[in-house]
Write a protein that binds this ligand. Structure first.
Ligand SMILES: Cc1cc2nc3c(=O)[nH]c(=O)nc-3n(C[C@H](O)[C@H](O)[C@H](O)COP(=O)(O)OP(=O)(O)OC[C@H]3O[C@@H](n4cnc5c(N)ncnc54)[C@H](O)[C@@H]3O)c2cc1C
Length: 284
């Protein structure tokens, strides 16, 4: 099946549920969470499993590229996303699961989302009738497990710039593997623009950025002389990240714990990132 045929099928059957790796869809069907009228298997669409470098230098990564391939083939260029990918499920899940499926499911806890937000990625979606739409990651998530896709649209790819500075992802779970995040955090430093990117996971109805924290930090960091990180700046950054969250109490953790953990993860990942950017001047 070609991409055009997939788009035509989705237009003709807007209720059809797309399946890529199936690691979310099949679980929902097995547990009777949903009974789709039809499934649209995207695995035969070869374009979705490809990635390339676009004219503007960004990577265009097909929605069907698995976590395993992302780690192996793009880990050096997308270190934040690759770090997150390494925490997803198990080798079996990473061999099947995709960022496209993560975006489709749009869980507040999806591990791919914080690094996409921190990197300022864009999601390419398409419909047979209206063509391509580019949606900034920060506008893609519209509610708990809801995204900006319309009934006749499919996710084609995500566009993301190769890292221009250090990137880190941190996730808290009740164990080290096969676990949904209690909360998570991603940071990306963009030294060429003197900007900071952030992404919070499992900390609000949708994954989101901490924009006040980004702006504060971008203004405080000594990009030029790369002086060591001021602990007071790291602390304030942590507070602002925590303040950007609107977490809930649930079986995985309390809202208070999540707020606290986000501040810790923000300070910690910032310290790692700044130590990479300003080597030889490490603070711990
Ligand atoms: C045991 C287990 C452990 C897991 N651990 C983690 C974890 O640690 N972290 C994490 O984030 N997730 C985890 N997951 C959830 C899941 O693996 C991820 O969300 C994964 O990214 C889904 O990708 P997929 O290709 O399998 O998606 P699928 O199940 O095929 O699809 C998921 C959703 O996206 C839609 N979709 C897929 N492709 C497209 C497309 N091209 N256009 C439009 N819609 C599309 C589908 O219709 C569906 O709604 C786990 C799941 C299992 C079963």
């Amino acid at each position: 099946m070609s991409w055009e045929e997939a788009l035509a099928a989705k237009a003709a059957h807007p209720g059809a549920v797309p399946v890529q790796g199936g690691t979310d869809v099949m679980v929902e069907i097995n547990f009777d969470v949903r009974r789709p009228e039809a499934l649209l298997d995207l695995n035969p669409v070869r374009e979705l499993a490809e990635w390339d470098v676009a004219e503007d230098g960004r990577l265009r990564v097909g929605a069907g590229v698995t976590y395993t391939r992302l780690i192996e083939e793009l880990g050096d260029r997308l270190p934040g996303l690759a770090q997150a990918a390494r925490t997803v499920g198990s080798p079996q899940i990473r061999n099947r699961g995709t960022i496209g499926g993560n975006l489709g499911a749009a869980s507040p806890a999806g591990d791919g989302h914080p690094p996409l937000l921190a990197a300022g990625a864009e999601i390419e979606v398409e419909s047979a009738e209206r063509g391509v739409r580019m949606i900034p990651a920060a506008e893609f998530f519209t509610g708990v497990k809801r995204n900006a896709l319309r009934g006749d649209e499919l996710i084609r790819a995500f566009w993301i710039a190769p890292a221009s500075g250090p990137q880190y992802f941190s996730k808290i779970g009740t164990r080290n593997a096969m676990v949904i995040a209690v909360c998570s955090f991603a940071i990306a430093l963009h030294p060429e623009r003197r900007r900071v990117g952030t992404g919070l996971g499992s900390a609000a109805p949708t994954p989101r950025r901490a924009t006040a924290a980004e702006e504060f930090l971008a203004a405080e960091l000594d990009w030029e002389r790369r002086r060591p990180l001021d602990p007071a700046v790291a602390r304030r950054f942590g507070e602002l990240v925590s303040a950007a969250a609107s977490p809930i109490d649930d079986v995985r953790g309390t809202a208070d714990y999540r707020r606290h953990a986000l501040a810790v993860m923000a300070r910690r990942t910032l310290t790692w990132a700044w130590n990479d950017y300003a080597p030889g001047r490490k603070v711990s």
